[in-house]
Design a protein around this ligand. Structure first.
Ligand code: SF4
Length: 261
């Protein structure tokens, strides 16, 4: 079997908080987010034997406890993801999947086969605003043929499926000035998440988008939100979700303590 390969990181401590992981980035994504930093692997073809990727996993094993499969959108390559997860499980690794939630059926299959320990799910914009969601995933800039309402339905389905399972879930929103990140956006996103999950203590991470690395050149001039602005956004999420984090270039991962805010 072959996989459409993007790139990899032999040892990462930032892709799964608290764990050392080998990270495989698979190529291809149905979205085209203007702020995407992995835009070089959204399209194209670099087919490699799975054996090649298994060798990469194997060579990191002395230093890691987990495999993270990222992208692009890795679940676009269902069979490759399953085989890589099976291989890594046999080697005693935990499996984490970064996903934009567009393939709920694949998530369901992975859960049925007990191939995942944690999902990291992007909720990119308010789920009650198809126009905003369409803008953030690039429907406007790149003339995607995706229907934002259908995209949202799929993401909600993914959220529900993972929430009902026993595997860990981290939900993430990347904030970028002019696209997403107002208090109203975070209020709406976190309100929606809380209405679809059974555990309000799941980590919700507000990530500082870094426009300097964005796919869309015009975004690269924009100043990113500051750490203080992200802390304000975290306050907007707090009434709905209890375990809120911010992730910034300057300070890394920080769990927000609301007792003193
Ligand atoms: S940021 Fe958007 S376009 Fe880039 S990999 Fe993630 S979902 Fe795909």
């Amino acid at each position: 079997m072959k996989a459409n390969y993007g790139t990899y990181i032999p040892i990462s401590t930032v892709d799964w908080y608290g764990k050392a992981a080998v990270v495989l980035f698979l190529r291809g994504c149905p979205f085209c987010c203007p702020y995407c930093q992995n835009y070089e692997i959204l399209t194209g073809s670099d087919l490699v034997d799975l054996k090649n990727l298994q060798d990469k996993i194997e060579s990191s094993i002395p230093f890691i406890s987990s495999l993270v499969i990222s992208g692009g959108e890795p679940l676009i390559q269902k069979n490759a993801v399953k085989e890589l997860a099976k291989f890594a499980k046999k080697k005693g690794l935990l499996i984490g999947i970064h996903t934009n939630g567009f393939f709920p059926q694949v998530i369901e299959e992975l859960l049925q086969e007990s191939l995942v320990d944690s999902f990291f799910l992007d909720i990119k914009a308010p789920l009650d605003d198809p126009e905003a969601y369409g803008k953030v995933i690039g429907c406007e800039e790149y003339n995607l043929t995706l229907e934002p309402k259908e995209v949202i339905e799929r993401i909600i389905k993914s959220l529900r499926i993972i929430s009902k399972s026993n595997v860990d879930l981290e939900v993430r929103t990347t904030v970028i000035p002019g696209l997403v990140g107002s208090k109203q956006d975070i209020d709406s996103i976190s309100r929606f998440i809380s209405s679809y999950i059974k555990n309000r203590d799941i980590p919700y991470v507000i990530q500082q988008g870094l426009p300097e690395n964005a796919m869309y050149e015009h975004l690269r001039e924009i100043k990113p939100f500051s750490r203080e602005e992200l802390l304000e956004m975290a306050k907007a999420a707090h009434p709905f979700l209890h375990n809120v984090w911010i992730r910034t270039k300057e300070a890394g991962n920080e769990q927000v303590n609301f007792e003193f805010s």
